[in-house]
Design a protein around this ligand. Structure first.
Ligand code: SF4
Length: 329
């Protein structure tokens, strides 16, 4: 029976370590079996992520090309208009997306005209019948409440890495700040999207630590993005090596086993993966990807709609309908 009762939030670090360190074939087999118990393995949720305000961010996330302090080629763009965003969302829906995420490169939300415009965007995208998600930085309880009232379905706030490694990649905020915002989102009745990035120079223990924090939350995030570092020239991590896809597969499979009901999103990193490599990620339990007509994921390259369509045909996958999203039930 796939009921809430089967979802564990009391994992120990040792248990997670044991799952994570299994021989890869055993790990993938276990994850694929669990995946098929909880989800339709032929369905992958297609999401669109749009940067509605790009660059100029005061934070110092060492992987991010949108941080104002790094010298990258990324152009700063002011907050888009509500109508422009809603028309992009409408086209995304027509192309098969059932979730639309709007990202603004802010440290935190401020109670000003820009936030009012975000609220209008959320209302407009929600009216299209899409799952609306935002990622806007830190939020207060009141701001989370306003977003919920406007129809926000999910809020993305990644943990990025383990608590131990956090200081190595970001110094302008704490892990505790991150968890506070997630709590505000939960309290407002918005679903949580939270995952992380691998390939930042962290250890396996850090990956296990991040999975421990996510999978022992009182309620698992309904959405867990797993990203490979998208290397941006000019950022402190821009010259790190490409993340090995098998590391992504291991991370996805472990997340699938620990958080069986969640949507596990194969996020950044697809542009550097072959179809075969992505297929391994789907076999390991990933059941969502991001697409966009601009062939970018925020500010880094991402496969185009046609390329993904072809991959879906080859692998016998189809876009998941919103109504079938387990987290939405
Ligand atoms: S990841 Fe977000 S918070 Fe960090 S620098 Fe980039 S836009 Fe700012």
């Amino acid at each position: 029976m796939t009921t809430e009762k089967n979802i564990r939030t009391d994992w120990s670090l040792d248990e997670i370590k044991e799952i994570y360190n299994q021989p890869l074939m055993d790990l993938v087999y276990q994850a694929a079996t669990i995946h098929r118990t909880w989800h339709k393995a032929s369905e992958v949720q297609v999401c669109t992520l749009l940067s509605v305000k790009t660059g100029g961010c005061p934070e110092d996330c060492s992987y991010c090309g949108q941080a104002a302090r790094y010298h990258t080629d990324i152009k700063v763009k002011a907050l888009m208009s509500r109508d422009e965003v809603v028309s992009i969302a409408s086209r995304a829906k027509a192309a098969g997306s059932s979730r639309f995420c709007m990202a603004a490169a802010w440290r935190e939300v401020r109670d000003n005209k820009d936030f009012d415009r975000i609220i209008e965007m959320v209302q407009g995208v929600n009216e299209l019948g899409l799952e609306v998600c935002c990622t806007l930085g830190m939020l207060t309880e009141n701001q989370a409440k306003r977003l919920q009232e406007a129809g926000l379905y999910a809020y993305n706030h990644n943990l990025d890495s383990s608590e131990n490694y956090y200081d190595e990649i970001i110094t302008t905020r704490t892990y505790g700040d991150r968890l506070n915002t997630i709590n505000h989102v939960r309290k407002a009745g918005i679903t949580v999207c939270s995952g992380g990035i691998i390939g930042l120079g962290e250890s396996h223990q850090d990956r296990i630590g991040m999975l421990f924090t996510l999978s022992t939350m009182p309620k698992h995030p309904e959405s867990v993005p797993v990203n490979a570092l998208a290397r941006v020239k000019g950022t402190p991590l821009g010259d790190l090596p490409k993340t090995d896809t098998w590391e992504m597969v291991r991370m996805i499979a472990t997340a699938r086993i620990l958080m069986p009901a969640s949507i596990v999103r194969l996020s950044a990193g697809r542009a550097e993966m072959t179809e075969e490599e992505q297929a391994w990620c789907f076999m390991a339990g990933a059941n969502s990807i991001f697409t966009s007509e601009s062939e970018t994921l925020l500010v880094t390259p991402n496969p185009g709609l046609q390329q993904d369509k072809k991959m879906f045909e080859t692998l016998g996958l189809r876009p998941m309908n919103r109504e079938k999203t387990p987290a939405a039930l």
